[in-house]
Design a protein around this ligand. Structure first.
Ligand code: CTP
Ligand code: CA
Length: 220
């Protein structure tokens, strides 16, 4: 059962939520990005705050308005996001919803790359830090660390493997085989050490409320 209307079971708890894409600079005017809208992460930050949590929302570049009663920190790149998460510690709860770019350009060009008529600019990639995996092993690890996994196939298998690999407590496995990225509804499975819960297709706001209720049960 969800907590009664107006109940604040997470009062006194600190939460950090990441949301949105990251932008990885190529040169001063170009970047690598992805299609994350940030809506699911923003909704989760709002839902946790509605249950009384003190929420820091670390947001990649999105145009969404900040939810009420949430401390919003805007970042661009994965490395800035990692630093902002670190700065938000200690926290009791972490929900890493951001679609962090897996790769950045190894060396950002200091000036705009120009067509020289001959060769193409070589873009050498470097792997970004895994913020979720690092947080799961952190000496100030939040008591509950939740990750997201957007998958197009074998959704629960991939998510279960990620749960083990990253060392977090729960993974919300998001089935993105349909038109989900940027859309209003999400089909998710909650994967924990105890098993897998299949949730019905729900608006992102409702996924957020259910997840916040589950977090309150675990942490209150
Ligand atoms: N994540 C992160 N830092 C990264 C990459 C991912 O914190 N550099 C987090 C995401 O916020 C999410 C979870 O890890 O909570 C899973 O992200 P996902 O992209 O599904 O996993 P990857 O390990 O990057 O695997 P892949 O993209 O290859 O499926
Ligand atoms: Ca990834």
């Amino acid at each position: 059962l969800p907590p009664p209307e107006g109940a604040r079971p997470l009062a006194g708890k600190r939460a950090v939520v990441t949301a949105g894409p990251t932008h990885e600079p190529i040169d001063p005017v170009r970047y690598i990005a992805n299609r994350s809208s940030g809506r699911q992460g923003f909704a989760i930050a709002e839902a946790l705050a509605a249950l009384g949590a003190d929420v820091t929302l670390v947001a990649g570049p999105v145009t969404l308005p900040a939810p009420r009663n949430v401390r919003r920190i805007d970042v661009e790149s994965a490395r800035e996001m990692r630093q902002a998460v670190e700065d938000a510690l200690p926290a009791d709860i972490a929900v890493m919803v951001a679609a962090v770019a897996d790769w950045r350009v190894a060396e950002e060009a200091p000036t705009k790359l120009k067509k020289d008529g001959a060769s193409l600019p070589p873009l050498t990639l470097a792997e970004n830090p895994d913020i979720l995996a690092e947080l799961s092993m952190h000496d100030r690890r939040p008591r509950l660390v939740v990750g997201f996994a957007a998958e197009t196939d074998n959704v629960v298998d991939h998510a279960s493997a990620k749960l083990a690999r990253k060392g977090c407590d729960w993974i919300v496995a998001n089935d993105v085989s349909g038109d989900v990225m940027g859309g209003a509804d999400n089909r998710v499975h909650l994967v924990t050490a105890g098993g897998v819960e299949d949730w019905p297709d729900l608006p992102k706001s409702e996924v957020a409320r259910r997840l916040a209720d589950r977090i309150a049960k675990e942490c209150a």
